[in-house]
Design a protein around this ligand. Sequence first.
Ligand SMILES: N[C@@H](CCC(=O)N[C@@H](CS)C(=O)NCC(=O)O)C(=O)O
Length: 200
Amino acid sequence: METFVLYDKPECPFCWKIRLALAEAELPAEIIHYQHGNAESQWLTLSPNKTVPVLQHGDVTLYESAIMLEYIADVSGRLLPQTAGEKALPRLLHRYSDMTLGVGLRKVIFEKRDKPEADWNQQRIAEGTEDFFDALRFLADTLGDNDYFAAEYGFAECALTARLGLAQHYGIAIPEGHANLRDWFQRMQQRPSYSLTSPF
Ligand SMILES: N[C@@H](CCC(=O)N[C@@H](CS)C(=O)NCC(=O)O)C(=O)O
């Protein structure tokens, strides 16, 4: 199989999700920091959105992480269940991770990242944390007693593991009331893909 090339930023949740997908699908990949040396000028020509991740595979170039997940699933035959109905939930949860869970978390990270603690806006952090906790409730209910969000490891695991990994690093723990989600995250962190892809 031809090697994948991923233009990447370590702490970007979209990039981390793709690193996880590549690792879990056991696809060969070269990870390039998008701002290193020549990579920056190459990357700028590849992404019309000027965002990372960008994924190249042979003559295919992808610049939206949702499409990358679909491509990785198509190429590897992993990460998505078989039927249209079974595929719907992991796709929806992946979207939920980016569009809903990510909103509160982003507020907290942008407030804390690269700033001394004395400059943090605590109200903004509290608001972001509350939004994040609100979004977690739906995930805990959806997971229930299952090992994975779908029948097996897939899109939801890649997307949510990256978000929860970032949350943990920036001081937000999954509330104790969501024991199922805490256990799920612990299991995700024990997988080889986590240590292989974590920026922390
Ligand atoms: N919808 C895009 C969003 C990607 C995105 O927002 N990436 C951010 C980093 S997390 C980015 O590249 N920002 C510009 C920069 O860092 O220079 C995707 O899913 O791939």
